[in-house]
Design a protein. Structure first.
Length: 423
């Protein structure tokens, strides 16, 4: 009985083992047949790989450029004390509208008023001295001229008498000496004249008067500088001033902001700069206000910044509303035409190999052919093809890793819209 059981177990083991071996052989034979069938079908031109195919055509090469920046008011000026002193009046409140020339803060002008009065008195004295100098010079000149004329007449008379033998030579020489002395006095006064016929003493007195007048102007300016005025129309955006406070020179007291015009300052890379021109209209998105505002590019810097090698660009917002303020985050997006009517392919169609660019051309029999191409400018989703393709040819844009020259595929036509995307 035991031998029968042992034999039965052995038989079942051999049967199971044989079944497993037969199954494995069947699977191997199945896969070999399928492989041979696949190779046969490929050799017979039956498509095995479905590939998206685009037809090469000319269209605009588009690049989407995003600029970010901050809003900037037309003008923003800090008003600070020019001189140390005491505040006696503050005529501005936060948020108050002001007009040009309006007195916003007054400092104590008592000392400045005294300085103005003293300098005015000094100027009046200098002017009087200048007048006196002129009068004195003219009087001296007139006396010297009269003395010279009188001594010259006496000398001529004595000379005539001497020639007639009526007087001695000593008398003539005495008259001549008096004439020469009078002439020397006159010449001394005449030689004081400058190119403008103004005597040196008078010119010196006039210069002193002019200096005194300048001192008056300086004192008056210092007094006026103690009255801080609004430089333009705007709104008080900062106020740190109270009556009675002692402020130092240069201390910031107020800030005036003019929001009548709002700008957006952005930075543009050298590569993206050709996409922008003066006068170009753009739409600016203000995220804080959840709205778009039209604007115009009014400035592009003539040279790049030496630090970060970017160019500055300014956009003026058209008719900004009162809720737009300086310092808000702004964004604008521009769809730039990099190359008008160029041969364009999706970037997915390009295969980079050994430093060269390749594509797979699909011929009329739906067979793939690998070809070298020359790539130009690059957009967001597509590139410009400079050489290697002709308009109207078909190019594979999917399953490129499965393709090789001579492989027959099943083509699925797709198109490229003006944004460079496939559809």
């Amino acid at each position: 009985m035991r031998q029968f059981i042992k034999g039965d177990k052995r038989g079942r083991f051999l049967l199971t083992t044989g079944a497993v071996i037969i199954l494995c052989l069947g699977l191997v034979l199945y896969f070999r047949v399928m492989h041979s069938s696949s190779a046969g079908r490929a050799g017979n031109g039956v498509a095995q790989t479905t590939v998206d195919v685009v037809t090469v055509g000319k269209t605009d090469l588009i690049k989407r450029i995003a600029l970010t920046g901050q809003t900037v008011p037309k003008a923003q000026v800090d008003i600070a004390a020019k001189y140390q002193g005491k505040l006696v009046a503050v005529n501005a409140e936060l948020g108050q509208s002001v007009v040009p020339g309006q007195v916003l803060i007054e400092q104590d002008t008592g000392d400045a008023e005294l300085a103005v009065a003293q300098n005015r008195a000094a100027y009046q004295q200098a002017m009087a001295d200048a007048v006196n100098s002129g009068v004195a010079y003219q009087a001296n000149y007139n006396k010297a001229k009269a003395d010279y004329d009188r001594t010259m007449a006496s000398y001529q008379r004595y000379k005539t008498l001497y020639e007639a033998g009526g007087i001695a030579k000593d008398t003539l020489e005495s008259a001549e000496q008096q004439m020469l002395d009078a002439k020397a006095s006159l010449d001394a006064l005449v030689n004081q004249m400058n190119a403008n016929s103004v005597p040196a003493t008078v010119e010196s007195a006039q210069a002193a008067a002019s200096k005194a007048k300048s001192s008056v102007s300086a004192a008056e300016k210092q007094r006026n500088d103690l009255l801080l005025r609004a430089p333009f129309s705007g709104i008080v955006g900062y106020r740190q001033a109270e009556v009675g406070a002692i402020v130092s020179a240069g201390q910031k007291l107020l800030t005036i902001v003019d929001n009548s015009k709002i700008y957006v300052d952005c930075q543009v890379s050298e590569r993206d700069l050709p996409a922008f021109t003066l006068g170009m209209p753009v739409n600016v998105s203000l995220e804080a206000l959840s709205k778009e505002v039209p604007g115009t590019i009014i400035y592009i810097s003539p040279a790049s910044d030496s630090t970060n090698l970017v160019f500055s660009l300014r956009i003026e917002l058209n008719n900004p509303t009162t809720d737009i303020r300086g310092g808000m985050f702004a964004r604008t997006i521009v769809n730039s035409v990099l190359r008008p009517q160029a041969l364009v392919l999706p970037k997915d169609a390009i295969v980079e190999k050994n430093g060269k660019s390749h594509v797979f051309i699909i011929d009329a029999q739906n067979k793939a052919e690998e070809r070298d191409v020359t790539v130009g400018a690059s957009g967001d989703a597509d590139v410009e093809i400079i050489a290697g393709l002709n308009e109207g040819e078909r190019v594979a844009v999917s399953n490129l890793s499965r393709l090789r020259s001579g492989l027959q595929i099943e083509a699925n036509p797709v198109t490229i819209d003006n944004r460079g995307g496939q559809s």
